[in-house]
Design a protein around this ligand. Sequence first.
Ligand code: KG4
Ligand code: ZN
Length: 348
Amino acid sequence: MSEPLVLGIETSCDETGVGIVRGTTLLADEIASSVEQHARFGGVVPEVASRAHLEAMVPALERACATAGIKLDDVDALAVTAGPGLAGALLVGVAAAKSLAVALGKPIYGVNHLAAHVCVDQLEHGQLDEPSIALLVSGGHSSLLLVPDITNEVVQLGQTIDDAAGEAFDKVARVLGLPFPGGPYIDQAAQDGNPLAIDFPRGLTNPKDLEKHRFDVSFSGLKTAVARWVEREQATGNKVIVNDVAASFQEAVVDVLLRKAIDACLSNDVNTLVIGGGVAANSRLRTVASQRCAEHKINLRIPSPKLCTDNGAMVAALGSELVRRGRNPSSLDFPASSAMSIKLPVAH
Ligand code: KG4
Ligand code: ZN
């Protein structure tokens, strides 16, 4: 069989994504975001996101087919994010994909959003090494994974014990009066700041914590430390230098994530690190990761920033890999699963 043509649909949060890939070649990646509708609430409002997905779905499908130069009937399989994510938002994508699968008579794969964040790297850097270590950092998740086979076997080594990395960026941005979602704004503000200005805490890195939480991360202490620091400065009448706070906070997050990720590579004797998820778009994380991986002779793979944040191409990429490996499609009654475990790359 020639390389499979797969259409992927993503609706787990506030981005309606439709991607089309052939094998590992990206043909279309259409995204409609409802982020502006959530900004005034300082976080994603599930009902608003669901309605926006409904409105955006058909136009996004049409644009993706036009960009890829295909008809819906040409696709070999459909893939859709089955979870984890917002239940109502997931349902819109799952219902759309199931309808297409039935109407077109094509197989459907209900895929794991986190596995898709890892697999998308294949669209730019070729076949994933097996095993790889994956650092997955998004608005809802922060996990360190050992990935022997992204279609079938993913082992969680560690995760956040409180806030996700992206959540910490978003909360700290709020403290600093920056817009939602905060990650890109902190990244921007930090460009003109001093990362050594304030020595913020590195959670779960002292020897005692490492005994129990070697590959886990924690950002809630850091978030509180930033808030207290800002309050103290304001109380004493000092001007808070937003650029320095942003840079110092970002440095603490990046340092901890990479210490743990490199340790996971070295201790598991794995020499490829893949970084995925929205926070992987962070410019400082990308720079420090390439420095530290070079020091340890670890092969670093990070998708370009546009493919790090939520999109349909990542879902199509994982769908395509499932087809290429001859994995069974999902049954038509697979559920939208808001808490889908990373141990399950595809729904049954
Ligand atoms: O993967 P994603 O698009 O959605 C989820 O699955 O959660 O990740 C969104 C998260 C948000 O918290 C956002 O602030 C963060 O990724 N983010 C960034 C950057 N771009 C997006 N965080 C730090 N630096 C960035 N440049
Ligand atoms: Zn995501």
